[in-house]
Design a protein around this ligand. Structure first.
Ligand code: UD1
Length: 417
């Protein structure tokens, strides 16, 4: 098993080319099965989650070729409407294929993500919306069976602006005759990127980025070329890394217009942040100062995905910060590890109180999930001495060669097998 070994207290200085967005590329790869031709998708990060998605595509019968960060997806030979259990278990977000497969075949069979039961659970919004589009859904032997004789357009109000459910509806509805409307849609930039990709293929979708998305069904979609947007969470993570080391970084291929809530926090802690359309420069704070309360919210609010990396940043700020995690209830697993490194953090349910500044010291810690793992990297850069982070596989789900990116900026970081 790989681990990252980081010797802290080195100043981070340099330029980083921000990778393509993981959360944009996954639904766009699922959308690629809808065309009759080849799609070429540029700026695809090399990540475990992208590799798993390619496995799903191949399993369905697509041919996929990677050349550096470009993926060519040829869905001509697609023949299967099933995603097997081993693939669903490895990546919950494979659920995003459901809408695309139903659109393509009028039926789909996928194993339950994580083996859970249908009911009052995290894919209920996906299934409720698909039912509104005329999909009959049954459950047996750990599989979800979907069948649609006649898909029909619908007016769908999402009870919560779920990112995945919004994407699944767009994928399922873009070739249904008539107009489908999603109200209370998720507004994330990755959804707008999916709209751009689908429209380039010939779909007629408008409104993504706002809370109402209108989908007018078309009969055919064509293969196209598309470049994935930059990853706003990765960009903000590297800004947090630079901030805790008192360094200066320049992010290239970054889109600050997707990062408002995160940029505000960085400015409030005292960093100077300059941004133009594709570049962000972060200059160090004279003194890092806590910002009060940060509540995770759907976009354009403060993202749940940056909560843990920014919590590591707050351990280096003078004063008290309060984090309220409103999106996922189990996203505080990194706190135990940060405390091992010397952080002063108390948790009560969905609220974490961070008292800074703490003098962190290197320790052996374990990444338990992707963003929590990234928060340990941020903490390690600020810590005195060596930190060993086990379970790098989680960090690899979302950060392309994190050790290469950081060592090019002067950080002492190595991967050990
Ligand atoms: C996506 C992102 C993930 C990010 C999250 C929130 C991808 C691949 N992943 O995940 O990185 O953290 O958005 O910004 O894009 N929910 C239900 N029922 C449902 C669906 C969701 O109750 O049917 C709940 C979830 O349990 C969670 C909340 O809604 O509490 C948000 O989930 P959602 O927006 O769907 O996140 P994902 O699409 O899974």
């Amino acid at each position: 098993m790989s681990k990252l070994v980081i010797d802290g207290k080195h100043k981070m200085e340099g330029e980083i080319y921000v990778q393509g967005s993981k959360n944009a590329v996954l639904p766009i790869l699922a959308a690629a099965i809808l065309s009759d031709g080849k799609n070429v998708i540029y700026n695809c990060p090399k990540l475990r989650d992208v590799d798993m998605t390619i496995e799903v595509l191949k399993n369905l019968g697509c041919r996929v070729k990677r050349e550096k960060n470009s993926l060519e997806v040829d869905s001509y030979g697609i023949h299967s409407y099933t995603i097997p259990e081993e693939l669903m278990r490895q990546m919950r977000s494979s659920i995003i294929f459901l809408g695309a497969i139903i659109s393509k075949f009028g039926k789909a069979e996928i194993s339950m993500p994580g083996g859970c039961e249908i009911g009052n659970r995290p894919i209920d919004l996906h299934l409720k919306s698909l039912r509104q589009l005329g999909v009959e859904i049954t459950e047996s032997h750990g599989f979800i069976h979907c069948h649609a004789e006649n898909l029909q357009p619908a007016y769908i109000h999402l009870d919560f602006p779920s990112v995945g459910a919004t994407e699944n509806i767009m994928l399922a509805a873009c070739m249904i005759d008539g107009r489908t409307t999603i109200q209370n849609a998720a507004r994330e930039p990755e959804i707008a990127d999916l709209q751009r990709f689908l429209n380039r293929m010939g779909a007629k979708i408008s409104g993504a980025g706002g809370d109402t998305i209108v989908i007018d069904g078309v009969h055919k979609l064509y293969g196209v070329e598309h470049t994935i947007i930059p990853d706003r969470i990765v960009a903000a993570t590297y800004l947090a890394c630079a901030a805790v080391t008192g360094g200066t970084v320049v992010l290239k291929n970054a889109d600050s217009s997707h990062m408002g809530a995160m940029m505000n926090v960085l400015k409030e802690v005292g960093c100077k942040v300059h941004a133009d359309k594709s570049k962000i420069i972060l200059l160090p704070a004279k003194k890092l100062t806590a910002v009060g309360t940060l509540k995770t919210m759907p976009y354009p609010g403060f993202p749940t995905d940056i909560q843990s990396p920014f919590m590591a940043l707050m351990t280096q700020c003078d004063g008290t910060s309060i984090f309220v995690e409103n999106i996922f209830e189990n996203r505080f697993q990194h706190i135990e590890e940060l405390v091992r490194m010397g952080a002063d953090i108390k948790v009560d349910g969905r609220v974490a109180v961070v008292i800074g500044k703490s003098e962190l010291t290197g320790a052996k810690v374990v990444a338990r999930e992707l963003r929590g793992g990234a928060s340990l990297v941020v903490a390690a850069l600020a810590a005195e001495g060596i930190t060993e982070i086990e379970n790098v596989k989680y960090i690899d789900r979302g950060y392309e060669s994190i050790e290469r990116v950081l060592s090019l900026c002067g950080i002492d970081i190595k991967r050990k097998e």
